[in-house]
Design a protein around this ligand. Structure first.
Ligand code: AHR
Length: 661
């Protein structure tokens, strides 16, 4: 009879050796916080965002535009994502361009149109057109018509089962290109994405169209602006910077497919658009100024990555005179972002584009992941950019993306995409990294890649272990940003709405949600002090990780086993209020009692606040259907003091706020 519990205990013990269960009779872990010893200020720029056009991040994501392929350039031969209505024929017409940038139009042949059977075309948006009750949608387009067309056109929003939800007429089409606009307002409808946009006519004739656009209300009501729900999710992260515009998106597969910023500013109808390396078309309606306004709306500053003469398929520009035009382009770009509107050419251009005030700018990144450039050209390319930028803007901090020898970057961008175990195993990496050199670290892309399309609780636990490491070492790691930030989860097959399978924030056309990793970020970025406190520990439990054979930094590593901590922590203090923020991550399947000892503070209050993110299983996650399954819960905490024991739940991330004097 007594055998069963003994066997169960043995099994728990054995499982604990590999899966992170607390081991019976293991000594209680002890964490010491030395409130009298500040190791470093917390970097004020520590928590930021990284972005690029991937997974339909802007078009079909953050950018408000609801029409897919509005400029008809997504495919060179077909009017993809558009369909004919009522017997019309639609085709691309390169012979009737709007201008040199939008050098094609859609030809709508509606010879058989009548009152009984109107003819036209329809667009289903990015996996649906989201409509809400009593909301106005702004329609605009360029059009011209054949001489026999007597108009008008009808713009309508319809449910996919044919119910008209809003409608308006547009007349005045002539043989010349003209811009038309009208607002469509819904009545008391149910929010839904099962809708289409239609442009039809009851009058026979031929019509040419370009830049057919439908905009919902946007965050801060910006024209050409962003989706409010996704902006709010980011606002809740309190990011300090935005690394833009990539990532691979900065580079392009080929040099002529790079993010060519000068082609992304000004009148939307003068932006030619380009193919992104993630294999879909960007209209560039979301261009450089739109990135900057996104920064402004969320009170963060841009961290501007400039194209550095290297594209993903290994084309590169030799350092020297060939690279000069690209260096000049970067200098112009910096001036566009931060130059004075009255005295600089590109500052004046920005003012002309609608934003007279310069944007704050302190960080410039030269290229992206240039360790892929096996030609050895990065050293020379970086130094050429570095010297030119420093000569004109000595106070800008310049970030390298790979090691260089001929100049000393202010920061180096390191990227870590890892499994949960790898993240946890490297959670003390920066504790022992050599200090002393001038170059600091920017972890510009990182993620624990467990769970798809968005990470699950295992991902959040790995992330939190890693964030403890970065926060604790924020004398060295000045900034970091998770990547990728967004994913459209509408159609998850290969090459559809997702190109990268673990992303922080998910959405479809109508709603959005944060992953457990997102909530871990919110907890870390909004609950920390401005000083890192010295800490120590004893009896930290470990688990055995069977490391598979793998390739790391170009070398083969054989399979091995490794003991990895299963408890992670760091402590910061807000100097003004005396609040200590103790972060504790318990990645184990069992509750973990921990003895916490605080020295160097005159008094520690018995009452405080605890914010906890936890799950029953590491595979638990959030989704469109269950967006708040795993969210942080903030409660009053008691039984605290200079010396207390607290039990941390299984699979949990906790921020304890302790009041000290
Ligand atoms: O975040 C996805 C991609 O990963 C980025 O575009 C690139 O920089 C990295 O390889």
């Amino acid at each position: 009879m007594h055998l069963l519990p003994t066997l169960a205990a043995l099994l728990v013990f054995m499982a604990g050796a590999t899966a992170g269960f607390a081991q019976p009779n293991a000594p209680v872990p002890v964490l010491q916080i030395k409130a009298g010893q500040v190791t470093t200020p917390v970097s004020p720029m520590l928590y930021g965002l990284m972005t690029e056009e991937i997974n339909y991040s802007y078009e079909g994501g953050l950018y408000g535009e609801l029409i897919r392929n509005r400029a008809f350039k997504a495919n060179p031969t077909n009017a993809v994502f558009w369909s004919p209505v009522g017997g019309a024929a639609i085709s691309l017409d390169p012979g009737t361009p709007l201008n040199d940038a939008l050098n094609v139009s859609l030809k709508l042949a509606a010879a058989g149109a009548s009152k009984q059977v109107p003819a036209g075309l329809a667009n289903g948006g990015y996996w649906g057109i989201p409509l809400r009750p009593k909301t106005s949608y702004h329609v605009s387009f360029y059009a011209k018509a054949s001489g026999d067309f007597a108009g008008p056109l009808t713009a309508s929003l319809e449910s996919t089962n044919g119910k008209i939800l809003a409608q308006a007429e547009i007349s005045g089409l002539t043989g010349e290109w003209k811009k038309f606009a009208v607002d469509l307002t819904t009545k008391r409808i149910k929010p839904s994405k099962d809708n289409i946009f239609k442009l039809t006519t009851a009058a026979p004739g031929t019509i040419w169209l370009q830049q057919v656009s439908l905009f919902p209300p946007t965050f801060n009501n910006r024209p050409n602006g962003n989706r409010p729900d996704i902006m709010q999710l980011m606002a809740d992260m309190h990011p300090k910077f935005l690394r833009l515009p990539g990532g691979n998106y900065l580079e392009g597969d080929y040099i002529n497919e790079r993010f060519d910023w000068k082609k992304t500013i000004g009148d939307l109808a003068q932006r030619p658009g380009h193919r992104s390396p993630w294999n879909y078309w960007s209209t560039d309606g979301f261009g450089l100024l739109e990135y900057l306004e996104w920064c402004e709306d969320l009170h963060m500053e841009p961290l501007l990555a400039v194209f550095a003469g290297y594209a993903l398929r290994h084309d590169y520009v030799k350092p020297g005179p060939d690279l000069e035009p690209y260096v000049q382009d970067a200098l112009d770009e910096i001036e566009y972002v931060s130059g004075d509107a009255a005295t600089t050419k590109w500052g004046a251009q920005r003012a002309k584009d609608g934003h007279p005030a310069p944007f704050p700018l302190h960080y410039i990144e030269v290229g992206n992941e240039d360790w892929f450039d096996k030609s050895g050209s990065y050293d020379g390319r970086f130094t050429q950019f570095f010297n030119a930028i420093k000569a004109k803007y000595p106070s800008l901090q310049i970030i390298a993306t790979a090691n260089v020898k001929t100049s000393e970057p202010d920061l180096i961008d390191e990227h870590y995409y890892r499994s949960q175990e790898e993240m946890e195993a490297q959670s003390h990496m920066y504790d022992t990294r050599e200090r002393g050199g001038k170059t600091k670290v920017f972890v510009g892309e990182w993620a624990t890649r467990v769970g798809s399309p968005t990470p699950n609780m295992a991902g959040a636990l790995g992330d939190a272990a890693w964030m403890c490491c970065m926060e604790r070492n924020s004398d060295l790691v000045l900034m970091h940003s998770y990547a990728p930030l967004f994913v459209n989860v509408s159609d998850l097959g290969k090459g559809r709405s997702m190109q990268w399978p673990s992303d922080l924030i998910g959405y479809d056309a109508l709603t959005s949600y944060g992953s457990p990793s997102y909530y871990a970020q919110v907890m870390f970025s909004s609950r920390h002090g401005d000083q890192v406190l010295a800490t120590d520990s004893q009896n930290i439990p470990t688990y055995e990780w069977k490391v598979p054979a793998r390739r790391r930094n170009g070398a083969e590593q054989p399979a091995s086993t490794r003991q990895v901590p299963s408890l992670f922590f760091d402590a910061t203090r807000d100097q003004a209020s005396g609040t200590i923020y103790l972060k504790v991550v318990n990645r184990a399947a069992a509750p973990q009692p921990v003895k916490i000892e605080i020295s160097g503070a005159a008094a520690v209050a018995a009452k405080g606040v605890a914010t906890v993110l936890k799950a029953d299983q590491t595979t638990d996650t959030n989704s469109l259907k269950d967006p708040r399954k795993i969210v942080p819960v903030t409660e009053k905490a008691s039984g605290l003091g200079a010396d207390f024991t607290r039990t941390f739940p299984p699979y949990s991330i906790t921020v304890l706020e302790l009041q000290t004097k």
